[in-house]
Design a binder for this molecule. Structure first.
Ligand code: CO
Length: 443
C-alpha cells in the first residue's frame, strides 16, 4: 500500500468517501485527525564510497509505509566500528520505539552504553538522531529548517578549499573560486619537502630510520611561510575576499600563537584549529595577544570541550562535526548556546561528511541566526547518483531543495556499486606524520 493511501485510511477509517480520493490534496482533510502511532521497524547502516571516501549513512524505517529517515554517522577512519555500534547495539535498543520522541531517544541512546562521550558511539547516535529529524519533517510535510524555526536567510554562504604548490598557484585557485561567485576561500600552500596539510605537492621524504613510510613534517618552515602567503594574496587579490586558513593543530602551541599574531595584518575570516583538542588551555593566552578570529571544534566529542571556550568567548566560530557530536539535536542546542555568546557556526563540512550530513548542516544553517559560514564541497556525479537531492551550490551559496525532511534520499542499489575499501581500512596517512627525529606529529 502507498503511504498516501495508508495515511488516508488510517486518518479516516471506513468513513473515507469517493470525494476524498479525488481531492487534489488529502492533507486538509486529515487536519486535526489523530495520526496513528509510529514505530521504528528497522535500522540500516549503509556504507558507501561514491567519492572514494568511506561514508556511513543510517536509514531508520518506520511502520508507516514508505516513511523513513536518513542520517550521517560518518567516521571515515573507523567506519566498520561505527557500523558495529549501530547494528549490534543501537538498532536493537531503538527497534519498536516512537521515532518522533527525538529528545528522549537521544538521551536514552546516550546513556545506553554507560560509558559515553566518545567518537564511534557519538557517530552512531548522530546517524540515528538525524534520521529521526528527517522522519518528523517528512511526516509533517515540512523541510527540517521549518521545524527549527524557519529560514532566517535564503541560502547558506560557503567556503571552498584553494591550495597549490606555490603562492601563484594558490592565488590562481582563489581567483577561480571568486570567479565562480565565492566570497570565502580557505588557502593552504605546500611547504617544499614536507607533507603539508591541505596542500598537495610536498610529500616529505621517507628517510626516518625505523619507519616504513613516514610523512615528514616540520612546523618552523610552515609558520614562516604562511604569513608570506597571505601577504601575497592580499596584495594580489585585495581586501574584499574573505580568506581562511587551517593550521590543523600541527604546530606547538606557542608557534600557533606567533602565527595568529603574524597573520593579524591580513584580516583572516578565521584561523582554524590553532591547537589540538588536548591543548585547549592555550586559547585564553592566544586571545589576549591577537584579534585574529579563531575557529575550532571538528575534533570535539562532547559539550564539556567547547562549553568553556564559548562561555569565555575564546573562539569566534564553532566547527563541530554534526555526524560525531550527537547529530542535529546536539548541533542545534550548541548553535543556540553560541548565539548568546556571539560565537558563530561553521559546521565541519569536507568530504568525510556525507551528502546527508551536508543537507543537515544546510537546514540548520538556514534557521540559525548566528550562522557564520559553511564549509562546502561540490558533489561528484557519483555522489549525486547515490544521494539524489544533494544541496545545490549556486554562486557560492548552498540551497536546500525545500522538500520534506532533509530533502535528500539514498539509492541503496547504487550505493552498493561503490563499496568502501577495507584494505587498507583507512587513510594510512593518519598516524604517520613524523618529525625529522622520528617522533609523531598531531595529526
Ligand atoms: Co579542519
Amino acid at each position: 500500500m502507498h503511504r498516501r493511501e495508508w495515511l488516508k485510511q488510517a486518518a479516516l477509517g471506513a468513513s473515507a468517501t469517493g470525494a476524498w480520493a479525488t481531492s487534489p490534496s488529502f492533507l486538509p482533510a486529515i487536519q486535526n485527525k489523530k495520526l496513528p502511532p509510529l514505530k521504528i521497524t528497522n535500522v540500516k547502516t549503509i556504507l558507501t564510497a561514491p567519492a572514494g571516501i568511506r561514508l556511513v549513512v543510517v536509514k531508520v524505517e518506520t511502520n508507516e509505509p514508505g516513511l523513513y529517515g536518513l542520517g550521517c554517522a560518518t567516521f571515515t577512519q573507523r567506519a566498520r566500528v561505527v557500523e558495529t555500534a549501530i547494528e549490534r547495539y543501537l538498532k536493537p535498543f531503538v527497534l519498536g520505539k516512537d521515532p518522533l520522541r527525538i529528545e528522549d531517544l537521544w538521551q536514552s541512546n546516550f546513556v545506553s552504553s554507560y560509558w559515553r562521550n566518545g567518537p564511534v558511539l557519538g557517530n552512531a547516535i548522530s546517524g540515528i538522531d538525524m534520521a529521526l529529524w528527517d522522519i518528523v519533517g517528512k511526516r509533517a510535510h515540512m523541510p527540517v529548517y521549518q521545524l527549527l524555526g524557519g529560514k532566517c536567510r535564503d541560502a547558506v554562504d560557503t567556503y571552498r578549499h584553494a591550495s597549490g604548490r606555490n603562492f601563484k598557484e594558490v592565488e590562481d585557485r582563489v581567483r577561480q573560486f571568486m570567479a565562480e561567485g565565492y566570497r570565502h576561500v580557505r588557502a593552504q600552500v605546500a611547504i617544499p619537502g614536507l607533507a603539508t596539510y591541505g596542500a598537495a605537492g610536498g610529500k616529505g621524504d621517507n628517510k626516518v630510520p625505523g619507519n616504513r613510510r613516514p610523512l615528514l613534517w616540520e612546523p618552523k618552515p610552515y609558520v614562516r611561510t604562511v604569513p608570506k602567503l597571505f601577504e601575497h594574496l592580499r596584495k594580489q587579490l585585495g581586501d574584499d575576499v574573505e580568506l581562511l586558513h587551517d593550521v590543523h593543530e600541527r604546530v606547538p602551541p606557542i608557534l600557533a600563537i606567533q602565527l595568529a599574531k603574524d597573520l593579524e595584518p591580513y584580516k583572516l575570516f578565521f584561523l582554524e584549529d590553532p591547537f589540538s583538542p588536548e591543548d585547549i588551555g592555550y586559547f585564553k593566552h592566544l586571545r589576549r595577544q591577537t584579534s585574529t578570529p579563531i575557529a575550532m571544534g571538528e575534533l570535539f566529542n562532547n559539550p564539556n570541550e567547547w562549553l568553556p571556550l564559548v562561555a569565555d568567548r575564546l573562539i569566534d566560530f564553532i566547527r563541530i562535526h554534526m555526524s560525531q557530536i550527537g547529530g542535529l539535536t546536539m548541533a542545534r542546542k550548541t548553535a543556540a548556546l553560541c548565539e548568546f555568546f556571539g560565537v558563530r557556526t561553521a559546521w565541519h563540512g569536507p568530504g568525510d561528511v556525507s551528502p546527508v550530513g551536508h543537507a543537515a548542516n544546510v537546514h540548520l544553517g538556514l534557521a540559525t541566526t548566528n550562522f557564520g559560514v559553511q564549509e562546502a564541497r561540490k558533489f561528484t556525479d557519483a555522489e549525486q547518483e547515490v544521494f539524489p537531492g544533494c544541496p545545490e551550490l549556486k554562486n557560492g551559496y548552498y540551497y536546500a531543495n525545500d522538500k520534506p525532511g532533509f530533502g535528500i534520499d539514498v539509492d541503496e542499489k547504487k550505493a552498493k556499486k561503490f563499496p568502501i575499501q577495507d584494505d587498507p581500512p583507512f587513510d594510512l596517512r593518519w598516524g604517520n606524520y613524523r618529525r625529522r627525529d622520528g617522533s609523531i606529529v598531531k595529526p
